[in-house]
Write a protein that binds this ligand. Structure first.
Ligand code: NAD
Length: 264
């Protein structure tokens, strides 16, 4: 049966395990007919990513650490060799020193600021630079962001600053690449317990707060993010670029605690 993504080929970057947002997106893409390639960060994660990749009939494009330009080049060369061209890339990558996902933003070090912005923001631009070269027929680039870019959130600190820069870069990349029919969008996901999110102190409380106070009164799942991603990666969203799309049970519209929500 023809799926929304049948005949489309996409690279998924940022899969760590079966709790990853990248896994929710990859599963949904496969369900809708896409052919997938995956990167992994180092041999330890390769052991987790390889079976997941096989489960979806994908291929491993190789190790990628976004701080190492040569590894990014190698991955895009592998994809080009395998497929020739590509239709979409999912960027689900972020990092900050755990010690600074606690306490005050004002205490951020220059070293961790630069590292966080490099891995969590610039890497999407460096992916776009390489993807552009193998998207002769246009394409779709998608990254993941969080509401801590728009409003203060406890403990999100420098990551909130990085996500604000990432969302701005989505708009600038969308304008630069629009003439080539390459669309650039982001999904702002509600809090989900993943490996990366576990570094944020008080994560359980944040998830519970969202669950009790969001319009839909439930926590966000990787499957919900995956289904929204299919829209952005498919021609269904062909008129849409530069967007920050919230998949967060509607939490971003809320102005204060719901009067019916219990204290936690
Ligand atoms: P995850 O731990 O499953 O995925 C994070 C990925 O980033 C891992 O696969 C890791 O290998 C990769 N990564 C980190 N540093 C890297 C580097 N130097 N080079 C290459 N890869 C690197 O966690 P996740 O929550 O699924 O995160 C995916 C994205 O979703 C991130 O951008 C995150 O900020 C975003 N996000 C997460 C939440 C949440 O609550 N979990 C909410 C909104 C947005």
């Amino acid at each position: 049966a023809a799926g929304l993504l049948s005949g489309k080929r996409g690279l998924i970057m940022g899969l760590a395990n079966n709790r990853s947002i990248a896994w929710g997106i990859a599963k949904a893409c496969r369900t809708h007919g896409a052919e997938l390639a995956f990167t992994y960060q180092g041999d330890a994660l390769k052991k987790r990513v390889e079976p997941l990749c096989n489960e979806l009939g994908g291929f491993l494009a190789g190790h990628c650490d976004v701080t190492d330009a040569a590894s990014l080049d190698a991955v895009f060369a592998a994809v080009e060799k395998h497929w020739g061209s590509i239709d979409f890339v999912v960027h689900a990558i972020a990092f900050s020193d755990k010690d600074e996902l606690d306490g005050r933003y004002v205490d951020t070090t220059a070293e961790n600021f630069n590292k966080t912005l490099n891995i969590s923001c610039f890497s999407f631009t460096s992916v776009a630079q390489r993807a552009e070269k193998i998207m002769p027929n246009g394409g779709s680039l998608l990254t993941l962001t969080y509401y801590g870019s728009e409003k203060w959130m406890p403990h999100y600190n420098v990551m909130g600053v990085a996500k604000a820069a990432l969302e701005a870069s989505v708009r600038y990349l969308a304008a630069d690449l629009g003439g080539k029919n390459i669309r650039v969008n982001s999904i702002s996901a509600g809090p989900i317990k993943t490996l990366a999110a576990s570094g944020i102190s008080g994560l359980r409380y944040i998830i519970k707060w969202n669950e009790l106070n969001s319009p839909l009164r439930r926590a966000t799942t990787i499957e919900e993010v995956g289904d929204a991603a299919v829209y952005y990666l498919s021609p269904m969203s062909r008129g849409v670029t530069g967007e920050v799309h919230h998949v967060d049970s509607g939490y971003h519209i809320v102005g204060m605690k719901h009067p019916d929500a219990p204290d936690i």
